[in-house]
Design a protein around this ligand. Sequence first.
Ligand code: NAI
Ligand code: PYR
Length: 312
Amino acid sequence: MSKTTLTSKIAVVGAGEVGSTIAYSLILLTVAGEILLVDPKENVRDAQVQDLSDATFHGNTSTRIRAGTHKEAGQCDIVVITAGAKQKKGESRTDLIGRNMKILGSAIEDMKPFAKDTVLLLVANPVDVLTYFAQKFAGLPREQVIGSGTFLDSARLRGMLAEKADVAASSIDAYVLGEHGESQFVAWSSVSIGGVPIEQAVSDLQIDRAATAEDTKNKATAIMESKGATAFGIGGVAASICKSILFDQKNIRPISHYREDLQCCLSFPVVLGRKGVVRTVPMPLSEEEDKALKKSGESLREIIVDAEKSSA
Ligand SMILES: NC(=O)C1=CN([C@@H]2O[C@H](COP(=O)(O)OP(=O)(O)OC[C@H]3O[C@@H](n4cnc5c(N)ncnc54)[C@H](O)[C@@H]3O)[C@@H](O)[C@H]2O)C=CC1
Ligand SMILES: CC(=O)C(=O)O
């Protein structure tokens, strides 16, 4: 990769624990020419810029990092939105909706008007509901406003399966779909290891599906109980999404996007390219999985309707 290819700009809005980890992952992946950190807490933002700038020697390209304004962010190729409150002990992701919807609304107003090709990547929680509202607030084409969704949960699932089956995670195809939260489900009917359906690749005794799905769903809570937050997983996932977009890689990823049939945003495999979602992949689901997808959609719809009522 030559230096001249890195002309893209990524803004990370919210320079807290997650925003700074995403910026760090972007630097290590050498994805963009410039990363802008945006946060109203100027002292925190500037200290993160200083600390991160010490990591930019890495790789064969030099990514510059600097503080930016919301207006500048609106002109970047990708805006990663991590601005918002995180869960306190005992809180669910959806408990954050009131606080984080307000923050999202004001951050988007401050960034407008967006450049026409800008892709918004939502990370703040509850990510599916915020992706839905970001599509409404931003006025960009829906396919350019996406959420990290269950890509992280799918990475967690693959890691657990890899350990149990004793193969590399990269040789496993496995998707967690639906909400990045309570109503998510594993699409077991399409899990394969080295291209071999899971039921032929490993015995049911080795993999307790219900327990594995539950452990996947609860992994974030388990981490937060001890260290208060999660950051590295989403750092890697968000940087990988940015790379797929900027290099128009057309990778297939479980990403939160708008589903007309369900009237909400949730995760289903899509092809990711320079304009965000290129198309949805028509992944076949079992009857039970199809029901789980619809249930997840209904549960997200309820949160959306409640949020609309309380903000009216
Ligand atoms: N989607 C996912 O898989 C994951 C999502 N998250 C979510 O990411 C969010 C951020 O988490 P942390 O970074 O740990 O929180 P944090 O509290 O460390 O950082 C949040 C930052 O947002 C800033 N902020 C507030 N209003 C802003 C605005 N209008 N513009 C720009 N910045 C603004 C705050 O000043 C703060 O620095 C949370 O909602 C958390 O639940 C965290 C991990 C994984
Ligand atoms: C916090 C969060 O959403 C996660 O780590 O999955």
